[in-house]
Design a protein around this ligand. Structure first.
Ligand SMILES: Nc1ncnc2c1ncn2[C@@H]1O[C@H](COP(=O)(O)OP(=O)(O)OP(=O)(O)O)[C@@H](O)[C@H]1O
Length: 361
């Protein structure tokens, strides 16, 4: 299938820096791709180039099979056939909500019905005759969303479209938006810096860092097979055990770990998430027996335990005196500081990464 949206080698140099550095992307009809990354990594600039409101220094944008931007061509944004939903959306203050949504549509019965349908979809039924200044920020944002969806664009470019909504509304609006976009078979490129939003919305996540895409994968795969330590850390707190490789093995307080493909003397990080740590009470200095899935348990002492609502965050210092490990456990359990416990980690949920060069110094 030909992708609706294709970007090849997009590069943008600003202030002497490659803020977008060779981005390749493709989005098919009915697919949501999230450009995810920390502030300043170049997500918005990438989206703006695809929308046509910024120009690339190199690369090609192809929309609906037609080149809209390359070294010779620059089709203006309004002729690209894309719906836009930016952070700094602007409604026309002198038009009603319904007129804002219908702006640009043919003023016939069909488009009126479309406006009504969209008002219901964004949970603003009955708001059609109001003016933007009578609406809250979140309501205005939903009008902007309805307006972008109104002409049924084949491609939708969205930059943090839900950031202005309060938490209570956000999940509902996200799901409703996703339903509308899926029903209409729209190809969506959505920029966000929130991993939870990307996990919730995306069919595919493109993880960006310093102007580049470092990993492109479905949410499940990017979470469970991150490309490096930083990618793992982007989605949750992580624990890191540093160890030296010897004979394709490393030694840690949790026993040996396989480190195939790493030369002797290489420093590696063994990374795991706090929810993959199991806790057992100390029984007269003894812990649970080693198992294949959880390896060798290690003993530690609770340094701090924090109640977080659904779960507790328990921080340990291990018996070696220098390794620190954080575990999340159901909040019914909140051990006191000084409690001695045994920690086991799910071996199949550990990632082994070579430490970056600077870490060797
Ligand atoms: N006109 C400009 N001149 C110089 N640098 C710029 C200019 N516009 C943007 N930048 C820089 O380019 C980088 C990428 O900006 P961009 O807005 O694309 O990042 P982002 O990932 O979308 O961040 P955010 O999530 O904060 O919006 C930033 O470091 C920014 O400071």
């Amino acid at each position: 299938m030909i992708p609706r949206l294709k970007a090849e080698g997009l590069t943008r140099i600003l202030g002497g820096r490659r803020v977008v550095d060779g981005i390749d992307l493709s989005v098919a009809a009915g697919q949501v791709t999230c450009l995810l990354g920390p502030s300043g990594c170049g997500k918005s600039t990438t989206l703006r180039i695809i929308a046509g409101v910024d120009r690339q220094d190199a690369g090609t944008v192809t929309l609906n099979g037609k080149v809209v931007a390359d070294d010779h061509v620059h089709i203006p944004p309004e002729d690209r056939g894309v719906g836009l939903m930016f952070q700094d959306f602007a409604l026309f203050p002198h038009l009603t909500v319904a007129q804002n949504i219908g702006f640009g549509l043919r003023r016939d019965g069909v488009s009126d019905a479309r406006v009504e349908e969209l008002l219901i979809r964004v949970d603003l039924a009955g708001y059609g005759r109001k003016h933007p200044h009578e609406l809250s920020g979140g309501e205005q944002q939903r009008v902007a969303l309805a307006r972008a969806l109104a002409p049924r664009p084949g491609i939708m470019l969205m930059d943090e479209p839900f950031s202005g909504l309060d938490n209570r509304l956000r999940d509902g609006i996200r799901d409703a938006t996703l339903n509308v976009l899926k029903e209409e078979g729209t190809a969506v490129l959505l920029v966000t810096h929130e991993p939870d939003e990307a996990m919730r919305m995306a069919d595919e996540i493109a993880l960006m860092r310093d102007g580049r895409i470092v990993q492109r994968a479905a949410p499940y795969n990017i979470y469970n097979a991150p490309v490096d330590r930083e990618a793992a850390a982007f989605f949750s707190d992580i624990n890191t055990l540093s160890a030296e490789v010897n004979g394709a093995l490393t030694h840690t307080p949790f026993g040996q770990f396989l480190a195939p493909g790493h030369a002797d003397g290489t420093m590696v990080d063994i990374v795991f998430r706090p929810q993959h740590v199991r806790l057992d009470f100390d029984r007269n200095g003894r812990g649970p027996s080693p198992t294949e899935t959880e390896g060798t348990p290690a003993r530690g002492t609770v340094e701090r335990a924090r109640f977080m609502g659904k779960e507790s965050l328990v921080e340990f210092v291990m018996d070696d005196g220098r390794t620190r490990v954080t575990a999340t456990v159901p909040a019914v359990f909140l051990p006191r500081a000084g409690t001695v416990m045994w920690l086991s980690i799910r071996r199949d949920r550990c990632f082994v990464f070579r430490q970056p060069e600077k870490a060797h110094a």
